[in-house]
Write a protein that binds this ligand. Structure first.
Ligand code: COA
Length: 194
């Protein structure tokens, strides 16, 4: 029996995250990266790391102060995704009465296309549906990865904001507005608890 099979057998008896982290450190190839990812609320001390990821992803990144302002605002829900102790992505959603608005979702380019964006989006939707009937966002139509992420999760186009985004050489780019109706989820909950 190979060392990996023995390890798999041992892992079948392991239920605690701490053990998963132990195996990741000692035998990195034995643990699925997704099993090491977890979400927690964003903290002030996360801002420099988040700002670095932001700079790697956008031509027009938010400043550190914008992230701090989001953290201080009572109606903003700010989360990070960690792989072990490393921040690999973050999301920010504003909650108003009846509606939520995705302000930012961003994943470190080194770990994109491995499910972090979908995990962050699902968390925002789950939190928003406790307070809101709809969740909205704007996205550049040229941002194929993001448009695909949202549409795959059921968001629909509801309009266009002309010249919404700054673009290179002083041009402006339109934003596509997307929305997801959250009420059907709320109805499902009502049926379950009835
Ligand atoms: C958009 C973004 C958050 C997606 O995060 P991610 O961790 O790479 O996404 P996931 O691995 O969870 O992929 C989920 C879905 O997104 C879509 N997607 C992700 N990357 C994609 C790419 N490069 N091309 C096309 N679709 C892509 C796919 O539909 C994918 O589903 P699939 O795996 O079944 O094909 C990430 O690309 C990013 O941080 N981009 C820069 C910041 C940004 O543009 N944010 C959005 C602002 S509106």
């Amino acid at each position: 029996m190979s060392i990996w099979k023995i390890l798999d057998t041992v892992k079948d008896f392991v239920v605690y995250d701490a053990d998963t982290e132990f195996y990741a450190k000692v035998f990195p190839d034995s643990v699925d990266r997704k099993d090491l990812m977890r979400l927690r609320r964003m903290r002030l001390e996360d801002v420099p790391t988040i700002f670095a990821i932001e700079g790697k992803n956008y031509n027009f990144p938010w400043s550190e102060q914008i992230f701090k302002d989001c953290l201080n605002a009572a109606n903003y829900s700010c989360w990070v995704c960690l792989e072990l102790d490393t921040i690999v992505g973050y999301s920010i959603v504003s909650m108003a009465v009846g509606e939520a608005h995705i302000m930012n979702i961003c994943v470190d380019p080194d770990i994109q296309k491995q499910g972090v964006g979908a995990k962050l989006l699902e968390n925002m939707i789950e939190r928003a549906r406790k307070k809101a009937e709809k969740i909205f966002l704007e996205v550049r139509p040229s941002n194929e990865a993001a448009v695909s992420l949202y549409k795959r999760r059921g968001f629909n186009e509801i309009g266009v904001r002309k010249g919404y985004y700054p673009a290179v050489d002083g041009y402006r780019e339109d934003a596509v507005m997307l929305a997801l109706d959250l009420t059907s989820f709320i109805e499902d909950d009502t049926v379950e608890s009835a």
